[in-house]
Ligand binder design. Structure first.
Ligand code: BGN
Length: 363
């Protein structure tokens, strides 16, 4: 009988096909793996999409060192499709790497930072070149005479935000003149000016001397106002007290307007962040926080801050927040815009916010 012989040779042939199929699979996998699958995917999409071709580009400076905030950036490549047909970014960015090693590079210049962030456009704006972001975040940074800190923050913040696949913009709000510093009023100005540019979905209010140490600390907004800097090195990587809301916080425009923005009358150091926390609570909201191992920040050391002495009136002001918050805030904000420049790494807003002597005292 030759039937069994026939079925044996069929089985051998099938086995060969299976082996061949497996080999082809292996080769394809090795091919996809070689230079990162994203580049390959974009290559394949390019074959099917017959519109104008966009060059597939990579960053040159990939270092695969663990904890290097720039390490994953070279994997971000332009997708070969027009901007309006980009797919939505995934829920969790594939470029997030976890802990970031913060070392302050010597001799850093703004030009170096620009070179390391080729996809950042004028005004310090960015959107992922390979997908449509799910989040639109403005980062507002009050500033005066802290050029060195600003440089370090920009060096870390740009790649940090890109790794999270955010559509973002960075705003520096510079207080003109030598009057006492007023952080909260500068943040109000930043909110107002940033909203003129774009329909931001989330505002991050960020001190210039705080560098995030884990990119799983997402710079997007939550159901409630978020306090992001919950584990700072200077406080032993834990909250100094339960209602602490200083350093880095985030609100949607709706949440911001619900609390009437921030107070305008805290001149000098201290108390304004506590006032904001009281506003949040008086508006019937809670505080959202990231997990403690993500909300880690390193504070850059600095000496005495001239023009930002402790505010002796902060105790009085804070005692009255319940009575004043609806009259003092976004609805009473007054300032004179001196300039708004769209620089390479940030939008620079210089503003005259007056002085504590020019405000009516209610004490
Ligand atoms: C608090 C300050 C905050 C500051 C934190 C951390 C006040 C008001 C006292 C009633 N609050 O004491 O503004 O962010 O320390 O340094 O001073």
């Amino acid at each position: 009988m030759d039937v069994p012989a026939f079925s044996t040779s069929m089985a051998i042939a099938k086995g060969r096909y299976l082996l061949l199929f497996l080999c082809v699979q292996l080769v394809v996998m090795a091919f996809l793996y070689r230079e990162g699958y994203r580049k390959r995917v974009s290559y394949f999409l390019g074959i099917f999409y017959k519109g104008p071709q966009v060059a597939v580009t990579t960053n040159a400076q990939n270092t695969s060192l663990r904890g290097d905030v720039y390490a994953n950036l070279s994997l971000i490549v332009k997708l070969a499709v027009p901007a309006d047909s980009l797919p939505y970014c995934p829920k969790r960015s594939p470029f997030i790497g976890g802990p970031i090693r913060v070392a302050l590079p010597e001799g850093l210049t703004l030009a170096d930072i620009s070179r390391k962030n080729p996809y950042v456009s004028r005004g310090g704006r960015y959107q992922p070149p390979d997908c449509e972001s799910n989040h639109k975040t403005a980062v507002i940074i009050p500033h005066r005479n802290r050029e060195q800190h600003l440089k370090y923050l920009l060096y870390y913040l740009h790649p940090f935000l890109q790794r999270q696949q955010l559509n973002y913009g960075i705003y520096i709000i510079h207080q003109a003149g030598n009057n006492t510093f007023n952080r909260a009023k500068l943040l109000n100005v930043g909110f107002k000016e940033a909203m003129k540019d774009e329909d931001w979905g989330c505002m991050f209010f960020h001190d210039v001397d705080l560098i995030p140490e884990d990119d799983r600390n997402l710079y997007s907004c939550e159901k409630y106002p978020k306090h992001a800097s919950i584990a700072m090195d200077k406080f032993g990587y834990k909250l100094p007290y339960k209602s602490y809301f200083g350093g880095v916080s985030a609100l949607t425009p709706n949440q911001y307007m619900k609390i009437n923005g921030f107070p305008n009358n805290y001149w000098g150091w201290g108390g304004e962040d506590d006032d904001i926390a009281v506003r949040v609570s008086l508006s019937g909201m809670l505080i959202s926080r990231p997990p403690v191992k993500f909300g880690r920040y390193r504070m850059i050391k600095h000496g005495h801050d001239e023009g930002n002495e402790q505010n002796p009136r902060r105790f009085n002001l804070l005692a009255k927040t319940r009575r004043t918050w609806k009259q003092d805030g976004m609805n009473s904000l007054q300032y004179t815009l001196i300039s708004k420049e769209f620089l390479l790494l940030y939008t620079n807003i210089t503003v005259d916010i007056g002085s504590d002597k020019s405000v009516k005292r209610h004490t």
